[in-house]
Design a protein around this ligand. Structure first.
Ligand code: HEM
Length: 150
């Protein structure tokens, strides 16, 4: 069972209330310094999304953009269920492991990309304490996503 301080709860809720899902999710996947570009092996999971030929193609790809928002909506479920993230993510974990066969090391890469984009969005509000709370949230999310891997 993960314990959250009041500060951590408030900080995580606050971050998600401030960010624009249509911007942050897609940016974390597609910005030229972000996940699908910097870690090109992550592209193999998205073959059906069409043209991922180079950074420009990736950032213009509407399927990838839509998926960025899907990931943020997935994270929102965790924010709304901070005390029960593992249970909330059971199906998502099974999906990524059994059906999509995503190498779970990639979760951390995407988590880091999200952190960079959110830090840029929050600017000076992204203090060391906020960073620590967000990092903890992502660690719990990643651990929940890994839960159903055998
Ligand atoms: C923070 C980590 C992540 C979260 C919260 C997350 C969340 C989600 C969600 C909510 C879906 C949609 C599930 C559904 O349709 O029921 C999804 C699908 C998917 N995810 Fe993830 N994901 C994460 C990391 C990753 C990573 C790192 C990869 C691969 C490198 C990946 C690959 C996929 C693929 C290929 C799909 C299916 C896309 C499609 O067919 O439309 N995910 N993910």
């Amino acid at each position: 069972m993960v314990e959250w301080t009041d500060f951590e709860r408030a900080t995580i809720q606050n971050i998600f209330s401030k960010i624009d899902y249509d911007v942050v999710g897609p940016a974390a996947l597609t910005r030229s310094d972000m996940c699908l570009v910097v870690y090109p092996w992550t592209q193999r999971y998205f073959a059906k999304f069409g043209n991922l030929y180079n950074a420009d193609a990736i950032s213009a790809n509407p399927n990838v953009k839509a998926h960025g928002k899907t990931v943020l909506c997935g994270l929102e479920r965790a924010v709304k269920n901070l005390d029960n993230i593992k249970a909330e993510y059971t199906e998502l974990s099974v999906l990524h492991s059994e059906k999509l066969q995503v190498d779970p090391d990639n979760f951390l890469l995407l988590a880091d990309c999200l952190t960079v984009v959110i830090a840029a969005q929050l600017g000076e509000d992204f203090t060391a304490d906020v960073h620590a709370a967000f990092q903890k949230f992502l660690a719990v999310v990643v651990s929940a996503l890994r839960k159903q891997y055998h």
